[in-house]
Structure formats: structure tokens, C-alpha cells
Design a protein around this ligand. Sequence first.
Ligand SMILES: Nc1ncnc2c1ncn2[C@@H]1O[C@H](COP(=O)(O)OP(=O)(O)OP(=O)(O)O)[C@@H](O)[C@H]1O
Length: 262
Amino acid sequence: MIRVEQIRKHYDDQIVLQEIDFQVEHGLCLGIIGPNGSGKSTLLHLISGVEPITSGDIFIRNEPIRQYTRKELSQQLAVLQQEGLPPLGYTVREVLEMGRFPFQNWMGKDRMDASELIEGIAEQLHLSTLLDRKLDELSGGQRQRVALGKVMVQQPEILLLDEPTTYLDIRYQLQFMDYVRKWQRECGLTIIAVLHDLNLAAQYCDQLLVLHEGKQVAIGTPNDIIEQERVTQVFGTEPIIIKHPVNGAPQILLQPQEQGIE
Ligand SMILES: Nc1ncnc2c1ncn2[C@@H]1O[C@H](COP(=O)(O)OP(=O)(O)OP(=O)(O)O)[C@@H](O)[C@H]1O
């Protein structure tokens, strides 16, 4: 379980986040949504420990993250960013092996033989035939699968995703989110994901947290959160909201302004 308690974050005298307070139960997926600049990525950086918290605390397994060393934290938690891959000259196998860094000692020796794990994950993600290819010989969708493979090899309990589907076409967006959901269900993974696509967020997340101007506006199930008044207030646009005909998730239809920009 992750607990975020009364978080505040300043950059110099700019308040970027305030009064952020929520928890995510083990095995659930929380989506963070909100307009540009509302503080989503900053919140993820605080949870991953790469940015210091100005005040408040974040707990993983009831321990404040400031008490974890960087290595201890990366044994619990993996982060997948938009461009989360190393330079393109590496092969897929080399990148997957990098996922084991948190478990290697100072001589680079892993606490286990990870080759079987790596082969298994490559198979699950349909990367087996690509293991000896270099990253620059892959499509964007394949590369994002490699980035996912690298964090799977890390075997974290918590996965943080920062806009993981931004550069993917609709097929690869769904494929990527399906892989993540399968992993969540099979391993009880806890996920916190920043997602710009509200329709994707409503379909794949158990809960949604809405940020607006650095403040937590609401947290709840997609059905509770995605409603006309809130979307209009937070995003400044008036969409049409319908229920997905197959799974009932709220879905947003965009509506161009008839008058154009005023
Ligand atoms: N390292 C930094 N130094 C100073 N200000 C920063 C820094 N990182 C972010 N900010 C500011 O914090 C605010 C929130 O930024 P953040 O990137 O967290 O928003 P976001 O919701 O993820 O935005 P987007 O959807 O556009 O990616 C912005 O005003 C941004 O300029």
C-alpha cells in the first residue's frame, strides 16, 4: 500500500503541489489526470524519490520513502517514463538485463540467475525474436514494449507510469495497457499512472485522482470522477460523456466549439 500524506511541493517560491493526501491499496491501479501543468509528473517524481518533498510524507509499506536508500526503493518500485530507454545502440537483451541493476552487488553480480526470468518476460511481450536486435532497429511500439520488459525484469511491487502511451497509435496503446493490466492481475502489482487520455484512464484504472492547479480536486472510481461538471471545471471544455456500450466505463466525446475561439 502507498500512502501520500499532506504533500506540499515548492520550487523556489512557486507552490506546485499542496494538500495532496490519498492512498492506493495493494494491487490497484490509480490514474492521475489533470490539465497541463497541474503537477502530475511532479507528484510521480516525489513518489519515486527523485525529487525531495517540501513537507508531508509518502509511505511505502508503512515506511517513509525518505528512509529508503535509492537501491532499496528501486527494489520496490519501478518507473516507466515516456522516453524511458537508454541510447539506441543497445540490444533488447542488454536493455532487459539493465532491469536487474537494483539486485546486483558492487561487482555487478545478481542475487539470482536472471536469464530464465528475462527469456520468460521477452516471450510474454512477444520480444523473443527481437532479443539480439538493437533499439534503433525497432518501431516505437516495439521499443515501448522493451521499456515495459525492463521494468518487469525489475519485479517491482509498485509501478509508476508517466504518460506511457503518448507516442503510440491506438492499437499499441491498447496493447501496452493490456500487458500492464495482465501483469497487475497476475502479480498483484500496484500502479500509479499519469495518463492524458481520459478514455484510456477510465477503462484501465480502478481509481482516478484529479489534479488542478496543484491541488487534489477529487479521487474515486472512473464513474464517480468523469462527470460533466467536473470535466468542464477542470479542463475548461464541455465534452459529451457517454457510457462505453460494452464495459460501461465513462467515455468522453470531444465537441468542437461552434463559435471557434473567442
Ligand atoms: N524542476 C522544476 N523546476 C521548477 N518548476 C518546475 C519543475 N518541474 C516542474 N515545474 C513546474 O511545476 C508545475 C507542474 O509541472 P508538472 O510537469 O508536474 O505538470 P504536469 O501536470 O505533469 O504537466 P503536463 O501535463 O504538461 O506534463 C509547472 O508549473 C512546472 O513549470
